[in-house]
Design a protein around this ligand. Structure first.
Ligand SMILES: N[C@@H](Cc1c[nH]cn1)C(=O)NCC(=O)O
Length: 443
């Protein structure tokens, strides 16, 4: 049994991450109000989100290194202070520049939270619980999106922009108080191992990168997470409404379905990972293959894709979020605890870097087709989207090749330590034989 102390620390960590997700997603839900306040259209507004993501992704590795050095408590508190300052700035900002500075501060604080919170889990809980708790951390944090969409939006509509964003700043202040009062980096006695490393910071980074298991985590995260992120944060809505011709209510319903599926998929994914640790990369590849297949069917479907097909697409994309947590499991199982933050930061940069590159590629391909007169029905026509969104298949293919390549190295390393990974066919045969033998023994 884990102590109440461990659950309290984890609970506060999860709350801090949930609040970070609220801060991250709060601007996206007030697009119309932001357009009025800053007197700008969609293109400039998307710069707020893109810059916030650029800051978030580029800070992952430095943050990981800092967590290994200073521990989760300091990093989560500093992150919450940055987010409080960012939202305070947004609450009074009236120009694009001051607004973007606010969002970048939020991105900085957000970047410090997830990696630091994940690092608490293996330090406070026994190894067998870690995969499921890691999934639950990601899953519960996602509920922050609903806080943005429901109570925050209602408050902003009732009391106005400044009160809405000031309340979010106060939420992060509450996180700082809770973290300083009750969050500890590790149980007594393990605190030294959990803070500061016997190696120098650069040596920690080099060692984490040299470990093929970290890179397998990076490419797994890269390959399975980006398509869902691109869909949810950038191109999903324009594709469904302007490209496919769905009304906004249906598109909004599909987006809510995305969140529900991502929430439901977390626990089974965690259980699979703890029961079949040698099949993690196979699951990543299977989910990547399935995502590519469903995208190909949607993009090649003659005319508007039927609703059932869009439901399947959204479900597959939503599973990508929980699946990407497999990347963190690779980081954890292949690195000692004093390198865990750094390795987790490396892994977490994968999916977000891939998402940024893809967001840009899709926008660029839409623009180029329009400029060359190849999309006469409009910039956001279905045919233009077919070509632009197909770029995802190239990014997915690249990621899958990297997963295959680095997995070979990981398996060689495992074999050297006496762990041999049987081909899937053989392993499935053995599992079926065992199940049959168990059934017979029960008769
Ligand atoms: N894979 C996500 C988290 C997640 C879990 N379930 C669905 N999504 C991830 O990498 N998150 C990083 C972050 O900062 O949120």
């Amino acid at each position: 049994m884990s102590s109440w102390r461990a659950w309290t620390v984890w609970g506060i960590g999860v709350f801090a991450y949930l609040v970070a997700v609220v801060q991250r997603t709060s601007f996206g839900v007030v697009g119309l109000e932001a357009s009025d306040r800053f007197h700008v259209g969609g293109a400039v507004l998307s710069a707020f989100t893109v810059l916030q993501l650029v800051v978030y992704a580029s800070l992952q590795i430095p943050v990981g290194m800092l967590v290994d050095r200073f521990g989760s408590r300091v990093m989560v508190s500093i992150g919450a202070v940055f987010m409080a300052l960012g939202q305070l700035q947004i609450s009074v900002a009236e120009s694009v520049v001051t607004g973007i500075i606010g969002r970048m501060l939020v991105g900085m604080g957000d970047a410090m939270t997830f990696v630091s919170v994940l690092r608490l889990v293996p330090l406070w809980f026994p190894a067998r619980r870690v995969p499921l708790l890691t999934q639950l951390t990601g899953m519960l944090g996602m509920l922050g999106q609903l806080v943005s969409v429901i109570p925050f939006l209602a408050l902003l509509h009732a009391r106005g922009w400044t009160t809405g964003f000031l309340s979010l700043a106060c939420l992060s202040v509450l996180v700082v108080v809770l973290v300083l009062a009750m969050l500890r980096n590790a149980p007594h006695g393990t605190a030294r191992a959990a803070e500061g490393s016997p190696e120098g910071t650069r040596a920690v980074l080099a060692a984490a990168w040299r470990q093929p298991g970290t890179r397998l985590g990076l490419w797994s995260h890269f390959t399975v997470q980006f398509s869902g992120t691109v869909f949810a944060l950038a191109w999903g809505f324009p594709f469904m409404v302007a490209g496919q011709g769905y009304d906004t209510a249906t598109a909004a319903g599909l987006m809510s379905f995305f969140v529900v599926v991502a929430l439901i998929a977390g626990p089974p994914m965690g259980r699979f990972v703890s029961r079949h640790p040698l099949r993690r990369s196979t699951l990543v590849l299977l989910i990547t293959g399935l995502t590519a297949l469903v995208w190909a069917v949607v993009l090649l479907y003659p005319g508007k894709a039927p609703l059932w097909l869009m439901v399947v697409l959204v479900a597959v994309l939503a599973v990508g979020g929980p699946s990407s947590m497999i990347g963190f499991d690779f980081a954890r199982t292949f690195n000692p605890s004093h390198r865990l933050g750094t390795a987790t930061g490396i892994v977490n940069s994968g999916g977000f870097a891939a998402a940024l590159v893809t967001m840009f590629l899709v926008g660029y391909l839409l623009d180029v087709q329009h400029a060359l007169g190849l999309s006469p029905q409009g910039l956001y026509s279905l045919d233009a989207f077919r070509v632009a969104l197909a770029a995802q298949l190239v990014v997915m293919g690249f990621g899958a090749v990297m997963v295959f390549g680095v997995r070979r190295k990981v398996r060689r390393q495992l074999a050297a330590s006496g762990v041999h990974v049987a081909p899937l066919r053989v392993a499935l045969g053995v599992a079926l034989d065992e199940a049959r033998a168990k059934r017979l023994a029960r008769r």
